[in-house]
Design a protein around this ligand. Structure first.
Ligand code: GDP
Ligand code: GDP
Length: 455
């Protein structure tokens, strides 16, 4: 298997998407108005983390790429909550807790002009249980007098308070020095998420196919947490939903729920969101609506999913609207536009009535199992031997290319390499690929079969 190992190395080197490791994540926590956004702006050197002043408006947590002393990290600014909301202490602390869970380190921001309030206390007592580096930023230390007052924050028992004036750009350097010193090289939490954790689903489709309705139907009262995942530059908020007794992470549900498609440039943002969601997902559910003719946009989104190399499920929504005539045309549209993804499981459903919503989980499992699957080299070659004996490659100009052996060099999605004595006809290659799919049960995953010709 020396060849197989060499080949695996070679393929690995080529695929740098798999090699990319996430930057460490820093959660900026603290109660409203202490200056978190101002500090974030200072660190990223932009005026972008706009301060939300409108009462009653909450903003999503937002991630930013940041860099200090040549060290890259992701800053997560936790949301601004309405000032006088009931239960504000708890909400700020809950929000902070969620952010901290997904972070490798914490910037705790306090306001020295106000001192430690009850809300600060709630956040601090939550942080006491956290075993991650915590840097205390004593913000609004605009004057030498206030800098001295910052030392009072030693009493919190959270370590050295760094006097900072985010507004005037004073002192943040020392705090950031301490921060980057404490950071791991790569995000440990993000890598852990890639390993374990709920499986990640991108629910995609053109506007109005019913994404948001489906999400509501699936989540119902069972929605567990609204979650922010680190490492992305936009503002993806995920939701973890219990389905069939297990948790599933639906990627960027904020993007699904926010009805952006009425605004200018919406197409561009929609496709950017789709792309980003696919990048983070393991499986894509492409939602199509049967009450309208399959459109170019449907086909384009489907193609994005296929190209992303993620596992795939096709869901035909609004089945409740289907009459005999429409069904007749739909079958033809499927033959015409979806023949190239006949390997994907199909679920006919209605997000409106909830009909067949329980069919989604089995389809997700089918596709993900295929996506993960590894075929032992011995089994693969036994199969190749049989198929080549039964269906040899046609003779071309007196020559007959032979398959010497094959090996699976990757999964997620599965990739195979065949060593041959000459170029295989595209038709023969497709035949082999189809047989691999059928024989080893690769329903729901894209599959790649390449050749290496040996002279
Ligand atoms: P957040 O709610 O924690 O994100 O706080 P903001 O960044 O929105 O800041 C709240 C208010 O405090 C704004 O009016 C800021 O201009 C002000 N602020 C932030 N940092 C400082 C600082 O270092 N000194 C002073 N004097 N004001 C600040
Ligand atoms: P999104 O833009 O993909 O999130 O689509 P929405 O969930 O907002 O749905 C668009 C429209 O289709 C809404 O008026 C929904 O009520 C409707 N809709 C969604 N699912 C179904 C369904 O299964 N059957 C029917 N008849 N209508 C649906």
């Amino acid at each position: 298997d020396e060849d197989a190992a060499l080949l695996a190395d070679w393929i690995d080197g080529e695929d740098d998407r798999d090699a990319r490791r996430p930057d460490p994540v820093v959660a900026v926590v603290g109660r409203p108005n202490v200056g978190k956004s101002t500090l974030v702006n200072r660190v990223i050197g932009r005026r972008e983390a706009v301060v939300e002043d409108t009462p009653g408006v909450t903003r999503d947590r937002v991630s930013y790429k940041a860099e200090w002393n040549g060290k890259n990290f992701t800053l997560v600014d936790t949301g601004g909550w309405e000032q006088d909301a009931r239960g504000i202490h708890k909400r700020v602390a809950d929000q902070a807790e969620l952010a901290v869970e997904n972070a490798d380190a914490v910037l705790l921001v306090l306001d020295v002009t106000v001192g430690v309030t009850a809300t600060d206390e709630a956040v601090v007592s939550m942080l006491r249980r956290v075993k991650k580096p915590i840097i205390v930023v004593a913000n609004k230390a605009d004057s030498p007098q206030l800098e001295i007052e910052a030392t009072a924050l030693w009493s919190l028992g959270m370590g050295e308070p760094f006097p900072v004036s985010a507004l005037h750009g004073k002192g943040s350097g020392d705090a950031l020095d301490a921060l980057v010193k404490a950071l791991p090289e790569f995000s440990e939490v993000a890598e852990a998420e890639l390993e374990g954790g709920p499986r990640r689903v991108a629910l995609i489709g053109r506007p109005n196919v019913g994404k948001s309705s489906l999400l509501n139907k699936l989540a119902g009262s069972e929605r567990v947490v609204v979650d922010e995942t680190a490492g992305t530059t936009r503002d993806p908020v995920d939701e973890i939903v219990m389905l069939g007794g297990e948790p599933w992470r639906f990627i960027d549900t904020a993007g699904i729920r926010r009805r952006v498609h009425l605004q200018q440039g919406a197409d561009f943002y929609a496709s950017l969101r789709t792309q980003t969601a696919l990048e983070r997902a393991e499986v894509a559910v492409v939602l199509l609506a049967v009450d309208e003719v399959l459109s170019e946009q449907d086909v384009r989104i489907l193609q994005m999913a296929v190209d992303s190399g993620r596992a795939l499920v096709l869901a035909f929504n609004k089945w409740d609207t289907l009459d005999d005539e429409r069904r007749f045309y739909l079958e033809r549209e499927i033959e015409r536009d979806l023949a190239h993804v006949s390997w994907a499981p199909r679920v006919n459903m209605s997000a409106k009535t909830g009909w067949h919503k329980d069919k989604l989980v089995p389809a997700l499992h089918t596709s993900l199992d295929s996506w993960d699957r590894r075929i032992p080299t011995g089994r693969l070659n036994a199969f190749l031997g049989e198929i080549v004996a039964a269906h040899p490659h046609p003779v071309r100009g007196g020559k007959q290319p032979r398959i010497l052996f094959g090996t699976q060099v990757a999964s997620r999605p599965p990739k195979f390499v065949l060593f041959t004595t000459g170029f295989l006809d595209p038709g023969y290659r497709r035949f082999i690929q189809r047989r691999i799919r059928e024989t080893f049960g690769f329903e729901g995953t894209p599959l790649e079969v390449t050749m290496r010709v040996r002279e």
